[in-house]
Design a protein around this ligand. Structure first.
Ligand code: B12
Length: 297
């Protein structure tokens, strides 16, 4: 009985790549269907598909196409020899490359795996700065130029959000007696950086309360009255959401509260004197910790 075989379009769908990518891999790396002898249409047998899956797995781990192809060809020929160490240990930039590929392939488990690996290896701050941010920016760039990849951006957001929440330890007693309140400016929906900040603070046992996206100013003022926070951090991504007047709503409480404006949305209008701007995650974590607990020794 002849082996079952698949046309290029079906294999492309299965792997989440374009048919033209498969043709390129065939031409450049010899990863095409080996059994085809007659006819115009290529058909991939199970062995051919298995080699391509090895190639894709290596790509998702951050290997370059040439490295991944070499691995796929060798691992397929000598499975025992190569099984324990499939690809070179990825450095930061290859992790970012792998994340970009996994996101573009809409490979949710792959995205989660890479995010967890990056957090475990380098911590929350480095994962965000060196792995996630470059990929988010690249994906958003595609959207800005062609209107494409919105679904990829959303998938990546959700995975990053989940990874950051999972990386946020639940604190018993925090080191700071009064919490840090984290909130987006009214109408601002870009909340992701605040989840990263919360995870990084919690990993230093600094407790915070997350109010998330687009909280109306009245609700923010009520939260400040009820929680008596030591610090309030407001994120504005878009300049149209960065109205400094919102800070007036949270100052003038009986207890002294430190105010921080984070995100590019605050760059256009001058902030009130009592508000400190923070521009980078690592610095923000240090400064907030110093204010609510005391400087690290
Ligand atoms: C994720 C995302 C979304 C998600 C947000 C989900 C969420 N829960 O956060 C969703 C899908 C909701 C969204 C919606 C929109 N988005 Co949007 N989005 C993004 C994206 C890809 C990442 C945002 C982000 O997290 N930025 C933080 C990091 C990744 O950005 P960065 O520049 O590297 O960070 C710098 C600083 O902010 C700082 N920093 C980074 N992290 C931290 C952390 C701390 C604590 C500190 C202090 C500093 C700091 O360091 C960096 C160097 O300066 C950006 C593209 C981008 N690169 O920013 C677009 C982007 C911000 N979005 C954009 C737009 C236009 C929109 C929408 C208007 C689209 C629409 N038509 O609906 C809406 C607006 C919604 C709203 N009302 O707010 C534009 C804004 C253009 C502009 N300047 O006006 C961008 C830039 C995309 C683009 N290239 O055009 N978006």
């Amino acid at each position: 009985m002849p082996e079952p075989s698949l046309p290029v379009a079906a294999v492309a769908r299965r792997l989440g790549v374009a048919p033209s990518t498969l043709r390129t891999w065939d031409r450049r790396y010899g990863l095409g269907p080996r059994g085809r002898t007659t006819g115009r249409h290529r058909r991939y047998g199970p062995e051919d598909v298995a080699r391509l899956e090895l190639m894709q797995r290596a790509l998702l781990r951050g290997a370059s196409p040439a490295e991944a192809a070499e691995y796929a060809l060798r691992a397929h020929a000598e499975p025992d020899k190569l099984a324990p160490q499939p690809v070179a240990v990825p450095d930061e930039s290859t992790l970012a490359r792998g994340l970009g590929r996994a996101a573009l392939a809409m490979d949710t488990p792959g995205v989660h795996r890479l995010l967890d690996e990056a957090i475990e290896t380098d911590g929350v701050i480095a994962c965000w700065d060196r792995v996630v941010r470059p990929v988010l920016t690249a994906v958003a760039g595609r959207w800005a130029h062609s209107g494409a990849c919105v679904e990829v951006e959303h998938l990546l957001n959700e995975c990053v959000l989940a990874a950051m929440i999972a990386a946020t330890p639940l604190l018993g007693p925090a080191r700071n007696p009064r919490p840090v309140l984290l909130c987006c400016a009214p109408e601002e929906r870009h909340s992701l950086p605040l989840y990263v900040l919360r995870a990084a603070l919690a990993r230093r046992e600094v407790g915070s309360q997350m109010l998330g996206a687009a909280l109306p100013a009245d609700a923010l003022a009520a939260a400040v009255r009820r929680s008596a926070p030591a610090a309030v951090v407001l994120w504005a991504q878009l300049p149209r959401h960065g109205d400094p007047a919102v800070f007036e709503r949270v100052s003038g409480t009986p207890q002294r509260v430190r105010l921080f404006g984070c995100g590019p949305g605050w760059a256009t209008a001058p902030l009130p004197d009592q508000v400190q701007r923070l521009d980078a995650l690592a610095d923000a974590v240090d400064q907030i910790e110093a204010v609510v607990v005391g400087a690290r020794t």
